[in-house]
Design a protein around this ligand. Structure first.
Ligand code: ADP
Length: 481
């Protein structure tokens, strides 16, 4: 098939979370399977320095943005056979320090930036000579694309338009803007209605995708069920229920070419299921680096995350208060809400021999924490898919997760199946329930045979992209038939 993916971030060029990993890996896997794949993404300021082989196309886009024409450039890169990345360049919109926000505050022109970007995606979908059959949008930043395609096909003479699908990576982020921003779409008024993208008097970019895409996907089967409920739908559960027949849950995969313990440029001490000596060496390196006592016997817990309420960071803090009275160590790599960054810094200051904190975004360190820890904490309030619990399993690090969304779908607790157990689950969203999970982990740690059993199951678990890719192709094919 001929597929055009659209995403506001893509690994390894730009990343704030799982969206980047998923889109980068899906594009690569589809191309490897023989599909013709394009991927459209913004040309952020740092990308040209890091990818000097980018080529500028002789293609200047002039797109109306409300009352003014805005021009954009197109740069390309071909990282694999049959995969071309199209970077949309606009210095004013994309050459800045970050993707969506700085110091926890959204850029005030995000509506303009991503309405422009969605128009650029639609323009490429329409005029690229290889004529994509499927345009696959991701999250609110490209949520308007299915609507633009639908509109241009119905009223602006686009013959044989592609089909569209939308993957929702997190329904909590919807791209909701003041009604006045609707003028930037240059669409007629009739889409600004309750059965269109209007949402309590404002415009909602994700809703546009949900209403107008041919197919809707979300990143795990359980989350597909959850988002149709009032509790998890963030106000869009009604429209998702209306489109239930078009909604599928497809679990994200893991790119094992990147996330592995044997051939990994970020790990000094490779290891495998047969020989975990390297894992112990990675643990000791981490303990040394974070100024903790170097002790292979002390259980080390890790966390790599955006610091938000969604990720259960408050209950983690409270549970740690209690657990740190005992002989455990804890490392956190993350950034996000200032009050949480400060709270974790304070925790480290109070327990300097037990807690290590790194505030920031660090790809290399994230691999090393996955490798060097014994347990990985993910106490999310909700979790569409989650990747780190799958990475942890491959790294022989036992995940402790709240049973929600993709976490529930990808971790097996001993109470579900003792033979196949890969991690520890708890249900109630509370510090008490998490602390109980941590106590179970300590009991497991005291029993090396049982630890080894969990590690073996986890390291053998297969979340590879091939299966995920097949499921996506099935959805594409069904929409195009
Ligand atoms: P989400 O997309 O909600 O943030 P996911 O678990 O789906 O959560 O994906 C998070 C991805 O971002 C993982 O690859 C994780 O390792 C990475 N990540 C999160 N925070 C950091 C950080 N501070 N430094 C490096 N990688 C991070």
């Amino acid at each position: 098939m001929r597929i055009l993916l659209a995403s506001s971030e893509v690994h390894p060029h730009s990343k704030t979370g799982g969206l980047a990993d998923m889109v980068g890996a899906l594009a690569k896997t589809l191309a490897q399977a023989g599909h013709e794949v394009g991927l459209v993404t913004p040309l952020y300021g740092w990308i040209r320095e890091k990818a000097p082989t980018l080529e500028r196309l002789d293609w200047q886009m002039q797109l109306p943005l409300g009352g003014r024409p805005v021009s954009g450039e197109v740069w390309t890169l071909q990282p694999h056979e049959r995969l071309t990345i199209y970077f949309v360049g606009h210095a004013g919109f994309f050459e800045r320090g970050s993707l969506y926000q700085e110091r926890g505050v959204d850029y005030p022109d995000n509506a303009e930036r991503f309405i422009f970007f969605s128009k650029a995606v639609t323009h490429l979908a329409r005029y690229l000579p290889w004529r994509p059959e499927m345009v696959h949008a991701n999250d609110w930043q490209t949520g308007l694309v299915p609507l633009f395609v639908r509109h241009q096909a119905a009223r602006e003479g686009w013959v044989n338009p592609p089909r569209t699908c939308l993957t929702i990576h997190n329904v909590a982020y919807q791209g909701v803007f003041e009604a006045g921003c609707y003028a930037l779409t240059n669409l007629p008024r009739d889409y600004f209605r309750i059965d269109g993208l209007e949402f309590h008097g404002r415009m909602n970019c994700l809703k546009a995708g949900i209403v107008f895409a041919d197919a809707i996907i979300t990143v795990s089967p359980r989350y597909a069920r959850e988002i149709t409920t009032e509790e998890f739908g963030c106000g869009l559960d009604g429209v998702l229920r209306q489109r239930q027949e078009a909604l599928t849950g497809i679990l994200n995969g893991v790119d094992y070419e990147e996330w592995n313990t044997t051939h990994n440029p970020f790990l000094k001490h490779p290891y495998s299921l047969d020989d975990l000596t390297g894992k112990t060496a990675e643990k000791q390196d981490l303990q040394r680096e974070f100024g903790l006592p170097v002790s292979p016997k002390t259980p080390l817990f890790g966390s790599i995350t955006r610091l938000t309420e969604q990720k259960g960071m408050e209950i983690q803090l409270a549970a740690l208060e209690e657990m740190l009275a005992g002989g455990v160590q804890f490392l956190l790599l993350g950034s996000g809400a200032t009050h949480l960054e400060d709270a974790y810094r304070r925790l480290a200051a109070r327990f300097p021999a037990k807690v290590g904190i790194r505030i920031g975004f660090d790809q290399a360190l994230s691999h090393r924490i996955e490798a060097g820890c014994d347990f990985f904490l993910m106490p999310s309030r909700f979790e569409p898919c989650g990747l780190n619990q799958m990475y942890s399993q491959r790294y022989g690090t036992i995940p402790i997760v709240r049973a929600t969304g993709g976490l529930d779908d990808t971790v097996v607790d001993a109470t579900e199946n003792a033979q196949r157990a890969t991690g520890i689950k708890f249900t109630e969203h509370s510090a008490r329930a998490l602390a109980k999970g941590i106590r179970k982990a300590l009991a497991l740690y005291a029993c090396p045979e049982a630890m080894r059993h969990y590690q073996r199951n986890g390291m053998r678990a297969d979340f590879s992209w091939e299966r995920t890719q097949d499921a996506y192709v099935a959805v594409y094919s069904q929409s195009c038939s």
